[in-house]
Design a protein. Structure first.
Ligand code: ZN
Length: 520
């Protein structure tokens, strides 16, 4: 159901290095010691060890830390701020579709999980169970929600009586727990944060439309706001959500050539409505089961941002979600230059703040400009603004963009038009991150009509990338691909040309192309 292949051991060895690096780094900051470029420990190169690089970025950019409970992470303020930014924007977009937020309990009676056969089969192995409370054994054990279909549908049965109660569209932002054996920060953790939408509709057509509407809401949000390029489509039967009739997915390709499922939207048919006896009187006064959907994205999206955009210098954050969009670094040598430079830098900060830019003036003492440049590059701040004595004299500032390092990414802007200039630059950087990630994904997406070549690609260096192939749709061919290459069907695109081809595996007639990749 959820490709759990590979990478765990490498991730664990990388974790120790990352923590050691992070500790050295923060003690330097706290002591305000001088440190220059040569002295600063570099992040492990992405191309050398992607898993170690990923863990180091998270530690050194102070996004998250490991918790004393295995498989759980602590979101540090810079990591949580990214989550808050994307949560607020997605919440706005979800509400625009007509769904409203509610909150359901963390604990669910264990018997609820058993009401839908596929659902229990899918989730029982990873459910945490509470057997004692208040010092006594509970009459019925409680599960800690792995997802909330069961308790929400139990409540829906009490709220839905007539067609006038429909559609009922509920969303909740919460934590869920899935007892994972192999965990990685943000990508797969035992407890994670997400939103889960649950809707009930009078007709099948309406529910199917809702599932596709949310797929498009997610696609637009992730591509526009997180600048993460996607392929979208429906899942194969083997990859479907337990209890769903159809699962739709947004999938991206990470910098190491492995796919990441970024969100799913499910058409549930009336499976849960039957299991939980949800019925309504339709306009003809007939009792009917509503048709339902559920859909969710999680803190896994933070992993998508890191792995799509990060480079060897560290994190790169799309301006839309960056806790800090711009940082001002004042530069001077002679003592008498300090005050005018700082005054100009403070004025620039106030101007940008007034224009709604999330900006910080880095006036920390005892740190060289070079150290500060590296520090903010590592933390992924999209735009750096340098102001020195000559800039003050000329009423200028130098703007450096995180998406293009070095001289090429630098430009001079007038301090008088700074707010407009920085706002336009942030838009441009946002677009540039998307374009860079999309080009990387295209370069690592290949069509195959020869199974041996496909297999060699998946077994080779570089994670394998995304394969775009004809597949006959049989479970046998899908299983063979998974067992021989560890690649799984990520998505079967909607709206295909309809041109027939030959299945990559068995050579029989195939009507559809599908994306296969090794996945997180
Ligand atoms: Zn086949």
């Amino acid at each position: 159901m959820k490709g759990k292949a590979g990478g765990a051991r490498r991730a664990r060895s990388g974790r120790a290095d990352a923590l050691a690096g992070g500790a050295v780094y923060s003690s330097r900051l706290e002591n305000h010691r001088m440190a220059d470029k040569q002295d600063e420990k570099k992040v492990t190169a992405r191309s050398v060890d992607f898993a170690a690089w990923y863990n180091e970025i998270i530690a050194r950019a102070e996004l998250a830390d490991h918790s004393p409970v295995r498989g759980c992470i602590v979101f540090r303020p810079d990591g949580f701020a990214i989550w808050e930014a994307l949560r607020d924007e997605l919440d706005r977009r979800i509400k625009k579709t007509g769904a409203r937020n509610a909150y359901f309990p963390l604990f669910i009676p264990q018997s609820f999980l058993h009401k839908e056969a596929q659902h229990v089969e899918g989730f029982a192995p990873e459910v945490a169970v509470v057997t004692h409370g208040g010092g006594k054994e509970l009459e019925e054990p409680l599960i800690v929600r792995p997802t909330s279909e069961t308790i929400i549908n139990y409540m829906f049965a009490q709220w839905i009586h007539s067609h006038r109660d429909l559609p009922l569209m509920i969303n909740q932002w919460c934590n869920v727990v899935r007892w994972e054996m192999r965990t990685r920060p943000f990508l797969r953790t035992t407890e994670f944060l997400w939103q889960e939408g649950h809707t009930a509709h009078a007709t099948k057509a309406e529910a199917e439309r809702e599932a596709l509407t949310m797929l498009e809401v997610y696609r637009a949000f992730v591509e526009d706001y997180l600048a993460v390029p996607l392929v979208t489509g429906r899942k194969s039967a083997a990859e479907r959500f337990p209890g769903a009739e159809e699962t739709y997915s947004i999938e991206s390709l990470m910098g190491d050539g492995r796919a990441l499922q970024c969100g799913t939207s499910h058409y549930l048919g009336d499976n849960f409505a039957r299991a939980f006896e949800i019925r309504f009187l339709d306009t003809q006064n007939q009792l009917q089961h509503p048709h339902q959907t559920s859909w969710g994205v999680s803190t896994r999206l933070l992993g998508a941002i890191i792995m799509s955009h990060g480079d060897d210098q560290g994190l790169r954050l799309p301006p839309a979600v960056a806790p800090l969009q711009a940082v001002i670094v004042p530069i001077w040598r002679k003592a008498e230059e300090g005050e005018p430079v700082l005054a100009a830098a403070r004025a620039a900060r106030d101007t940008l703040e007034g224009a709604g830019v999330r900006v910080r003036l880095d006036d920390r003492e005892g740190l060289t400009p070079g150290f500060k440049f590296n520090d903010w590059e590592m933390r992924g701040v999209p735009v750096r603004i340098e102001i020195g004595p000559r800039d003050v004299a000329a009423r200028n500032a130098v703007l450096a963009r995180r998406d293009r390092l070095g001289r090429e990414g630098k430009a001079t802007a007038s301090l008088d038009g700074l707010a407009a200039h920085v706002s336009a630059l942030l838009d441009d950087v946002q677009q540039s991150f998307y374009t860079q990630a999309r080009d990387a994904m295209r370069a690592n997406t290949r069509q195959f009509d020869d199974y041996a070549k496909f297999r060699a690609q998946m077994e080779g260096e570089g994670g394998g990338g995304m394969a775009d192939v004809y597949w006959c749709g049989s479970a046998a061919c899908e299983t063979r691909i998974r067992e021989e290459t560890r690649a799984t069907c990520r998505a079967i695109p909607l709206g295909q040309s309809g041109a027939a081809g030959r299945c990559l595996v068995c050579g029989e007639a195939a009507q559809e192309r599908a994306f296969f990749a090794k996945a997180y």
